[in-house]
Design a protein around this ligand. Sequence first.
Ligand SMILES: *[C@@H]1O[C@H](CO)[C@@H](O)[C@H](O)[C@H]1NC(C)=O
Ligand SMILES: *[C@@H]1O[C@H](CO)[C@@H](O)[C@H](O)[C@H]1NC(C)=O
Ligand SMILES: *[C@@H]1O[C@H](CO)[C@@H](O)[C@H](O)[C@H]1NC(C)=O
Ligand SMILES: *[C@@H]1O[C@H](CO)[C@@H](O)[C@H](O)[C@H]1NC(C)=O
Ligand SMILES: *[C@@H]1O[C@H](CO)[C@@H](O)[C@H](O)[C@H]1NC(C)=O
Ligand SMILES: *[C@@H]1O[C@H](CO)[C@@H](O)[C@H](O)[C@H]1NC(C)=O
Ligand SMILES: *[C@@H]1O[C@H](CO)[C@@H](O)[C@H](O)[C@H]1NC(C)=O
Ligand SMILES: *[C@@H]1O[C@H](CO)[C@@H](O)[C@H](O)[C@H]1NC(C)=O
Ligand SMILES: *[C@@H]1O[C@H](CO)[C@@H](O)[C@H](O)[C@H]1NC(C)=O
Ligand SMILES: *[C@@H]1O[C@H](CO)[C@@H](O)[C@H](O)[C@H]1NC(C)=O
Ligand SMILES: *[C@@H]1O[C@H](CO)[C@@H](O)[C@H](O)[C@H]1NC(C)=O
Ligand SMILES: *[C@@H]1O[C@H](CO)[C@@H](O)[C@H](O)[C@H]1NC(C)=O
Length: 611
Amino acid sequence: MRLQPATLQCALAAIAYAFVFHTPLVHAAADESSPDIHGAIIGEGAGFPVALDSFNGLELQDVDAEDESNGLDLVKRYPADVTSMANNNFQPGSIEVGKIQWWYFPKNYVHGKKAGPRKGFPPFATRSLDDQMDEEARNELWKRADDNNPVPVYISLTTCQAPSTNKTDAGPFDQLEVYVSLSDKLEKPGPEHEGNPLQNMTRASGGYWSREVQAEGDVFIAVVAPNSTEYSGEYEYQIGVSIDAYFHAVDEKDPFLYFIDADMHAALLVTNNLTETEPDSATYQEWMDLVPPYTMFAPGIHDSALAGLERSFCALERYAPQVSKTEVGMTSRGLGNKPKQQFYITGLNRSSEYNGILAMVGNSTTSGNNIVGGGGKLWKPMNFTTKADDNCAVLFNLTFCSEVAYAVPSNPDLSVEALRSIYDDYAAQMYQNFSYSLQQIQCNTTPESMYSLAVGCSNCSTAYKQWLCSVSIPRCADFQSQEWYLQVRNAGQDFINGSSLPANDPLRQSVATNKSRNPLIDTEIKPGPYKEILPCSDICYSLARGCPAALGFGCPTGKWLNASYGWRDPNGDITCSYLGAAYYLNSSPRLQLWLGVYMLSGMWMIFWACL
Ligand SMILES: *[C@@H]1O[C@H](CO)[C@@H](O)[C@H](O)[C@H]1NC(C)=O
Ligand SMILES: *[C@@H]1O[C@H](CO)[C@@H](O)[C@H](O)[C@H]1NC(C)=O
Ligand SMILES: *[C@@H]1O[C@H](CO)[C@@H](O)[C@H](O)[C@H]1NC(C)=O
Ligand SMILES: *[C@@H]1O[C@H](CO)[C@@H](O)[C@H](O)[C@H]1NC(C)=O
Ligand SMILES: *[C@@H]1O[C@H](CO)[C@@H](O)[C@H](O)[C@H]1NC(C)=O
Ligand SMILES: *[C@@H]1O[C@H](CO)[C@@H](O)[C@H](O)[C@H]1NC(C)=O
Ligand SMILES: *[C@@H]1O[C@H](CO)[C@@H](O)[C@H](O)[C@H]1NC(C)=O
Ligand SMILES: *[C@@H]1O[C@H](CO)[C@@H](O)[C@H](O)[C@H]1NC(C)=O
Ligand SMILES: *[C@@H]1O[C@H](CO)[C@@H](O)[C@H](O)[C@H]1NC(C)=O
Ligand SMILES: *[C@@H]1O[C@H](CO)[C@@H](O)[C@H](O)[C@H]1NC(C)=O
Ligand SMILES: *[C@@H]1O[C@H](CO)[C@@H](O)[C@H](O)[C@H]1NC(C)=O
Ligand SMILES: *[C@@H]1O[C@H](CO)[C@@H](O)[C@H](O)[C@H]1NC(C)=O
């Protein structure tokens, strides 16, 4: 049931399954991982329809024989409407507006056996010997549980379904409130004990609530659905308690996800670097060989079904849109060439803004009950927008220009494979011709006769390839986009819809705007008029600097420079195209940002002075 994606497609199928059937994946997985649960027992007199199973306190599993009698004692002592929970086991609950439900996590679980060391992911950094010893010491810790010391207990709650309203102008629904008491003197905390120091209340936010408490004995929890004049019906939620780690987790600070580019119906995103190790290290290879561990949700930014639930895994599983297909894979493309996970999402609406929310189902290999972190994890949402026009298509996975990954001028009549080979074959052929020229230059020779001591022919080849791929495969933007850094191309051709710009349009008078830079685009692809995000000027300067003068490379000046190359934005926006670009890679604080602007204008000064 849980994504066991032997292949990319398999992962997708599982995601699609969750979307299509509205099945809470975690719950379903739990059922399967606990095959011994036959027939749910419905709590009597509890007044709410919660399905209780083997961990309801009537039958305690995984508890040493000596603890068992304690467990039964506990059950007898507690009020009938307080339900027991086990370690790393979530309970589904549904609660009517104005009602209250109680749960408890018994003392024998608080001091129970921890899950022990977990395999986890390959490390981010190369481990030093010290780190390894630290890790071993940490792994020893769980064995030395001490009954007399407080133990950290992690409690988490996610709201899967909000109550409903008939009012069109209703405000946001009230988030669930959770009361925690650590004292046997207050077994049923709640609003009626307002001001009692034995209890603490905090509210969920975005459909998620979590809290770490230091417990010595039982932990008592009350879930309260506040009274409302606007909302009625039920909340559905999941609650999980663990002595190992949060059963449901949320990273509030970092989206860990970058937007690369989109076309009308698809988007390409990547995670941050998953390791900083070098390509020849074992860790690097382990990451590249890993079954892609992450998944993601892409709800519309104005999706009302998710309002107030955007931090809840189970709500996203129910309401995230039916993204028809998401291809995932590991890639080392992009800045630093470090391993990342890539997401290619198709089936999106045109000109629509989406939230991208990185997620992990369970611990990435297994989910559900009895798994540490089995409720999954979400990261902070980021956003991206799809394009309006049909003549830009996201292209990646090229053989020669392997670092290209962005929207390129296209035509809806062309298949992705055709588009890929038109661009890639052309670039590969150009490069071949360049190599013949480079062979004429003395490269593999004694330092004295080499063209430069500072740079060699490999530097020149690298710079040429960078330049060639970014110039011959332009980065495409909507014709109607009015961003200052965009350059109109191919204005002389008809739009895809058959209309055209008037013959006297100034855009058709200048060669720079009437045609594409790469003539192949106008003849073979026929995208119609489009806008180009110009390649960064530093790519041209690297080429001119890095190659022998005999090859005659030079960068244009004056208005030709501005019509051919763009300038990097210190703010992280993509105002010029470079290989490996992703939006907002460097969301730097304001101070650094201004520094960047000054440095950039400094560069402008230098460039203009040279011209
Ligand atoms: C909601 O209002 C009813 C009636 O006034 C009251 O009995 C109940 O305790 C209230 N519930 C909460 C959660 O405050
Ligand atoms: C997830 O949990 C299962 C069961 O505890 C464990 O076998 C697996 O190694 C865990 N996966 C990761 C990535 O830690
Ligand atoms: C409630 O919060 C206060 C202050 O944060 C803390 O001192 C107290 O121990 C908490 N009580 C419980 C029962 O968690
Ligand atoms: C909404 O309308 C239904 C049916 O008319 C009614 O049963 C329900 O109580 C109403 N809910 C609210 C919040 O007014
Ligand atoms: C996408 O289009 C469908 C069908 O028109 C619509 O139901 C859905 O809300 C749209 N999603 C977004 C995010 O705009
Ligand atoms: C990844 O690592 C490279 C090299 O260390 C760095 O330049 C880059 O900013 C990092 N992050 C991303 C998202 O590429
Ligand atoms: C994300 O949202 C912010 C604020 O609404 C907006 O300024 C930004 O352009 C959006 N980013 C993308 C990639 O759509
Ligand atoms: C990339 O291309 C190779 C062959 O060219 C193919 O086997 C692979 O599946 C492609 N990957 C993606 C993510 O499209
Ligand atoms: C490469 O050189 C050959 C021979 O000079 C020429 O026919 C061909 O058009 C060149 N290829 C490109 C892409 O310019
Ligand atoms: C040239 O390439 C070598 C090795 O490929 C590299 O060490 C050196 O830094 C490069 N020089 C420049 C100026 O980029
Ligand atoms: C602009 O391009 C069109 C189509 O390629 C061509 O017919 C026209 O002559 C060009 N105009 C100029 C001024 O070059
Ligand atoms: C054709 O497409 C272009 C670019 O999207 C648009 O500006 C123009 O209005 C469209 N013309 C017609 C007749 O739909």
